[in-house]
Design a protein around this ligand. Sequence first.
Ligand code: UDP
Length: 323
Amino acid sequence: MKLLVVGGAGYIGSHVVRCFLDNGHNVTVFDNLSTGCRENLFKEGEFIQGDILDIPLLQEVMAGGFDGLVHLAALKSVEESMSFPEKYSVNNITGTLNLLNAASESGIRHIVFSSSAAIFGNPQYLPIDEDHLKNPPNYYGFTKLEIEHILQWYDRLKKIRFAALRYFNAVGYDPEGRIAGLEKNPANLVPIIMEVATGKRKKLQIFGDDYDTRDGTCIRDYVHVSDLATAHLLAMEYIHKFNTSDCFNLGSEKGTSVLEMVESAREITGKPIPAEIAPRRPGDPGNLVATSAKAYKTLKWKAQYSDLPTLMESSWNAYKKHL
Ligand code: UDP
């Protein structure tokens, strides 16, 4: 297939591109490099630097003809989305509308979209399946949910088939060490732990130890980014083969607490990783774990690298190069 990967120079995007290239597909990356980086590009793929707000450029690029589009270009800071919602409206929602309209005009009919567990909000039950109530607790999650709704309408009205992939907590790096770029100014747990391990930061703040969980810290479902990448390939094949649209929750189905993550990182890195308990982060649910039964059944997807030692080790292998 000939694919356009929008946001393909970012953390998840670069792993997705690697997976499509490894499976013999032809990939063009479209990215504005605001958070992505050139180090994450591969010589086998093409690269166009551009922004999803640039409608004429999108039209020109898509006129080249593609069998499918993977859309990962978005702002993703929960905290920032609550302070500057207008940035998220424009980049995430308007940007996606631009992409969809350009795709539709140029006859691209298959889209795999990066959605998020942030669309669900506080769990009503666990594990979280696809039908769980959608009540995003922040504006970032709202933009992702809104885009899923728009995709449903474009499926109906424009015959664009899509797969919305709701990532739980993406972590890890390519197990073969082929992805070099680190995230700039990360706000997520594992990259912050890694920056403490390399000495870039002094200590980790653990946001709350009074949750109703086994050790009082938040539990999340950490899933390896290369497993997520594989799901994009399977989803793209699936929507082509069956001419259908669907949504999938992607997680490891295992819950790990913040303290367990820190302990594992200390073991794997051999570094002390100083940590202190800090107040809860507003809007953080205590426990979020997915069921990915639908992705297993429908896409035949199975997480291969999402055990804790592999998650930590592959992250550390990427970060220790920068020691
Ligand atoms: N977390 C933390 N300290 C940090 C960053 C995150 O204790 O510096 C916790 C956060 O409260 C949550 C978990 O780590 O319980 C995962 O947070 P992250 O931001 O990585 O992902 P989220 O679950 O918010 O999407």
